[in-house]
Design a protein around this ligand. Structure first.
Ligand code: ZN
Length: 229
């Protein structure tokens, strides 16, 4: 279902950001693209979001989306949520200080349920979500806010279901991400997920509390008697 990447990119072990940049540059050499290969943590994302006109969610987990939601409100940058799994997709456009935020609507980071690890994703679900996101992005970037959708949209393209609901009354003035006494809880280190099972790779990513170079030989010695590796 990948359109940006080739088998050659995988064989070359190119980071996805770099491979995506290369492919997009092949389509249009005049587009300016900055590919950043890094972990999406608040400390890394803050400086990028501050100068952005818009955030388009192409992530694969809700922990990152709640971080994006807090950053969007902290720096007043609109963001367009999009997610899919199996044949199901959902998208919503968040305008800081105008619409309810993702935290208002979902209340907390969803846990459990199917993931791309267990259910996979079919290509049309991704393309439909992306088409809705990009249309909303164009409206924001040309300033046509009147045309924005203002609904939380979900669909299941396999089972021919489509639903959207209006969110206007879902804004919570006590919301800790967008309310009057906001604290941006998902930017606090203690609320961030420290480990992540990476989709389809039998790999667990561990996020340390601070960036430093690890001595893996030393680490192996220390962990040797702690369990099976
Ligand atoms: Zn909120």
């Amino acid at each position: 279902r990948q359109q940006l990447y080739t088998e050659q990119d995988a064989q070359n072990k190119l980071p996805k950001a770099v491979a995506a940049k290369n492919r997009l540059r092949q389509i249009n050499t005049e587009v300016k693209i900055e590919a950043l290969v890094m972990d999406a943590q608040p400390a890394n994302l803050e400086s990028i979001v501050q100068t952005a006109d818009l955030i388009i969610d192409a992530t694969d987990n809700f922990d990152i989306r709640f971080i994006l939601n807090d950053l969007s409100h902290k720096y007043e940058v609109p963001w367009i949520y999009g997610s899919c799994v199996g044949s199901y997709g959902t998208t919503y456009t968040v305008i800081p200080n105008v619409t309810p935020c993702l935290h208002c609507i979902l209340k907390k980071v969803p846990v459990g349920g199917v993931t791309c690890e267990t259910a996979g994703i079919i290509s049309p679900a991704v393309q439909i979500v992306a088409a809705y996101q990009i249309t909303e992005a164009l409206k924001i970037l040309v300033g046509d806010v009147e045309a924005l959708r203002h609904t939380f949209l979900t669909f299941d393209v396999w089972n021919n279901q489509h639903a959207e609901f209006k969110t206007g009354k879902m804004k919570s003035y006590e919301c800790s991400s967008c309310g009057s006494a906001r604290t941006y809880p998902y930017l606090a280190y203690e609320n961030q997920l420290k480990t992540e099972v990476l989709c389809g790779r039998e790999t667990v990513q561990i996020r340390p509390s601070q960036q430093h170079l690890h001595n893996f030989d030393e680490l192996e010695k220390r962990l040797k008697n702690q369990g099976k590796v």
